[in-house]
Design a protein around this ligand. Structure first.
Ligand SMILES: Cc1cc2nc3c(=O)[nH]c(=O)nc-3n(C[C@H](O)[C@H](O)[C@H](O)COP(=O)(O)OP(=O)(O)OC[C@H]3O[C@@H](n4cnc5c(N)ncnc54)[C@H](O)[C@@H]3O)c2cc1C
Length: 360
């Protein structure tokens, strides 16, 4: 296909943020051009689990149902969602205390209740004090969603496999030129690669590198696919004896490469939980795009009316991106407002501070 020379919106980044936004805009009849870098990895491709309940303290996302529904709707359209049984195993007294505090609220939301551990799992893992069933959980084939969307866009000449450099962008009042394409708007969905974007250098970053290990467990028989949530880590078991375990947190790191120390740490943790020999067959690492107040960051650049951002998805991008993409698409198409807790404007007073520091 011949690429279009003018489009409504250029999207820079083909991870879950960029692609959920492309999907939301296309459904509003907005013409998009997506730029996805072949050199810069998308951390979304390795992600796969969603649940509204997170963290050691059983935090539940406010109005979780709306986030959940938007996510399931998007992933179902790409045949990329499957339910998964999720069990939390509580080993320490503080975990049990958190559960006791949250128990009533979570039961009221219908998302968690105590349960007996199936015998085959009890045979594999170290004995826990209590086990909790999280009833709302799913596994997402994120790479499938991205690949299908990219294929659809490529078929209409709307996908460009290239890294957009700062010099490829010419910003004017009311329009922007991206790699020679005239656009009414550009949205930066660069994930942790935002670290190199001068237009948004004033957003305070707090990236966290993470790693997962995958392989086989010796001498055990896994009956069913299950997601075990253990001390903030996720252990996915799959027949006949497969596991995937992680993810580690290495705060303030923007280096996506795998680290042996992190792999060793995950291995030790896992062998303590499973009391079995595990063989690591694959290690995967990436950087979570996080900003200082740990909230998503979406909206319009305070100085350039045609420049937007969609970032800060942290450790839950697969759950957050679909709902936020709808919000952002409505703001771009219909001018609807973006709540202050996600709005990029909350950092606007740092623009001058940062440019003063640059010139000092
Ligand atoms: C180990 C690990 C496990 C995780 N597991 C889960 C999980 O189970 N569930 C969950 O919900 N979340 C999980 N996350 C978090 C999740 O991966 C992120 O929240 C989410 O993927 C961020 O999506 P994104 O689109 O913002 O960034 P990315 O997926 O990193 O996408 C950024 C995209 O921008 C492109 N890009 C960047 N700069 C440019 C440029 N200048 N020009 C062109 N293209 C550019 C890159 O190539 C990439 O395609 C995990 C994270 C890690 C590290």
């Amino acid at each position: 296909m011949i690429p279009h020379s003018t489009v409504d919106v250029a999207i820079i980044g083909s991870g879950i943020a960029g692609m959920a936004l492309a999907d939301a805009l296309r459904r509003r009849d907005v013409q998009v051009a997506v730029f996805g870098s072949p050199e810069r990895s998308a951390v979304s491709r390795g992600a796969g689990l969603i649940s509204p309940v997170a963290g050691l303290r059983f935090g539940i996302l406010e109005k979780w149902q709306q986030w959940w529904d938007a996510a399931i709707r998007l992933y179902q359209r790409y045949d990329a969602v499957e339910p998964i049984r999720c069990l939390r195993l509580l080993y320490r007294d503080d975990e049990v205390r958190f559960w006791n505090r949250k128990h009533a609220a979570l039961a009221g939301e219908g998302v968690a209740h105590p349960t007996a551990l199936p015998a085959w799992i009890a045979e594999i893992v170290a004995p826990a004090q209590t086990s909790i069933e999280i009833t709302t959980a799913a596994r997402i084939r994120a790479a499938r969603v991205l690949d299908r969307l990219i294929a659809q866009l490529a078929a209409t000449g709307s996908f460009h496999a290239r890294t957009v450099a700062g010099s490829d962008i010419v910003t004017r009042e009311g329009s922007v030129n991206v790699c020679g394409i005239e656009c009414a708007h550009v949205v930066f969905c660069e994930g942790a690669w935002m670290a190199g974007n001068a237009l948004f250098a004033w957003i305070p970053p707090m990236f966290a590198r993470g790693q997962r290990i995958r392989g086989r467990i010796e001498g055990v028989c896994v009956d069913d696919t299950v997601w075990l949530s253990i001390r903030g880590r996720s252990l996915v078991l799959e027949p006949p004896n497969l596991f995937s375990y992680g993810s580690s947190y290495d705060w303030l790191s923007v280096e996506p490469a795998v680290e042996n120390a992190s792999t060793g740490h995950l291995y030790e943790e896992l062998t303590a939980i499973l009391r079995a020999r595990v063989h690591i067959e694959h290690v995967w690492g990436g950087v979570r795009p996080i900003v200082a107040d740990l909230r998503p960051v979406i909206g319009k650049h305070p100085q350039w009316s045609c420049v937007w951002i969609f970032n800060g998805l942290g450790s839950r991008g697969l759950l957050l991106a679909p709902f936020l993409a709808e919000y952002l698409a409505n703001a771009m198409v219909a001018g609807s407002s973006i709540p202050s807790e996600w709005n990029v404007e909350r950092f606007a007073d740092r623009i001058n501070q940062c440019s003063n520091a640059d010139t000092a």
